[in-house]
Design a protein around this ligand. Structure first.
Ligand code: GDP
Length: 429
């Protein structure tokens, strides 16, 4: 059975923790999109880890970790990541890399930097991991798939052609040093050596695994609102963050995805630029940022302070709908225990009207949040293991959110560890 774990919001919802937890009963965990631009934080018996490329199921010795064809594969980063976890005592993971995955080239990273520099104040707040130039090249059909490393003559010709166009831009737009195709070829031959033992026809492997009844998890990166089609375009990421894309980015039939667990965070946080309706500022934001997540809301890749906001029903309901949610995992609820009153954004006001459907970007910039204030529970809910064991106001918060979302909250995360999870029966299921 195939299950997807995806985010409803702007990312950093706690997908890594939910994946790590669900990986216990899974055989295979697949990354199907994105690259090393976002991070998943996982806390388990080996310590605290920020993963950027490896799937979050990598900490068990019974799992196979797969980098699907939809991923932006940075080969040296992947191998450093494998080394860094093994160095910390995690058993050497079984990793497979799709022969159709494309490679993040050194020039993708520098183009990302140069473009953000050129845009200045109008920049996207990119993590400068090369993701946008990578996907641009993929769809312009000048990307390099892993399998191309094994046809050296063709690869040389391709690199020469790529350098012609890249060098025009480097010289005339950015005024920077030009690329040398021979150097790039040497780099790619180093990459080939690193990746060769792991290369696999992943879609065939997964097809057989499905036939054998294996449990497979598709792990998404970022969230619905960063999807290039359905998110806050253009302040989005460059690959689809939706469960539907899981079928494509892993190479499996779409009808095999039977469960879509959408991770929804009990308050909002975002990184990068773009409209963020329920955003809060000043001391109120600092307090939530400091208490948020596990050790504060700071980017796992960049260390940047995240932008903070109250829970946004309009954005989260849309985020769940566009994912095709079958289950909601409601996370980091424990963080809100310090608040006596908890504001929630229930609508978007524009010219005297209240919108309850998430609008397109040009309208989103103009709306104001409509807040409803709920009572807090003013205590620490860490360590509670049953739904009935939660304080009444905490249950009311969950039930209010569930009713407004219209999707069943079947898991509640009340701490960063695998065990910090409360399963719940939902009337909506
Ligand atoms: P992801 O990108 O969706 O995997 O999320 P991140 O890993 O970037 O951010 C989630 C952060 O919250 C991490 O620091 C997690 O360890 C932490 N976290 C996840 N679930 C919970 C939770 O229920 N409570 C608390 N306090 N922290 C959590």
């Amino acid at each position: 059975m195939v299950k997807a774990i995806v985010g409803a919001n702007w990312g950093d919802e706690g997908k890594g923790k939910i994946t790590d937890m669900m990986a216990k009963t899974s055989d295979i965990i697949v990354r199907f999109q994105g690259g090393a631009n976002a991070g998943h934080t996982i806390v388990n018996k080996y310590g605290k880890f920020a993963l950027h490329t490896l799937p979050s199921g990598v900490f068990y010795d019974h799992t196979t970790s797969i980098i699907g064809n939809g991923v932006a594969l940075n080969i040296p980063l992947l191998f450093n990541e494998i080394k860094s976890i093994v160095d910390r005592g995690v058993p050497a993971p079984k990793v497979l890399v799709s022969d159709r995955a494309q490679i993040v080239m050194p020039y993708h990273v520098i183009f990302d930097e140069y473009e953000e520099e050129r845009l200045g104040k109008a920049s996207f707040g990119s993590t400068k991991s090369g993701i946008s130039p990578f996907y641009s090249d993929k769809y312009a059909k000048i990307g390099i798939q892993v399998q191309e490393l094994f046809d050296e003559e063709q690869l040389k010709l391709k690199l020469a052609s790529i350098c012609v166009t890249k060098n025009v831009i480097l010289k005339h737009l950015y005024n920077k040093p030009e690329l040398n195709p021979d150097e790039l070829f040497t780099t790619l031959m180093e990459y080939k050596e690193m990746v060769a033992p792991y290369v696999c026809d992943v879609s065939a492997y997964l097809w057989n695994a499905i036939k054998e009844g294996k449990n497979i998890l598709l792990e998404g990166q970022l969230g619905s609102l960063k999807d290039p089609d359905h998110g806050i375009y253009p302040m989005v990421t460059s690959s689809s963050t939706l469960a539907g894309y899981g079928a494509i980015g892993a190479g499996i039939p779409p009808y095999e995805i039977k469960q879509i667990v959408t991770v929804v965070k009990a308050y909002s946080s975002a990184v990068g630029a773009g409209a963020f309706v329920s955003e809060i500022f000043g001391e109120e934001a600092d307090e939530l940022r400091k208490r948020g997540g596990d050790g504060g809301e700071y980017g796992a890749t960049t260390g940047r302070p995240r932008r903070m906001g109250w829970f946004d029903i309009v954005a989260s309901r849309y985020g769940c709908r566009i994912q095709g949610t079958t289950d909601v995992a409601f996370t980091v609820l424990d963080v809100l225990g310090y608040l006596e009153k908890i504001p929630v954004c229930v609508g978007y006001e524009i010219n005297g009207d209240v919108l309850t459907e998430f609008p397109t970007t040009h309208l989103l910039k103009k709306v104001k949040p409509v807040l409803k204030v709920l009572d807090g529970w003013s205590c620490d809910i860490g360590g509670i293991t049953t739904y009935d064991g939660l304080p009444e106001n905490c249950r009311k918060y969950i039930e209010f959110v569930e009713e407004k979302l219209g999707f069943p909250i079947t898991m509640i995360s009340n701490g960063p560890k695998r065990e910090d999870i409360i399963f719940r029966e939902s009337k909506l299921k």
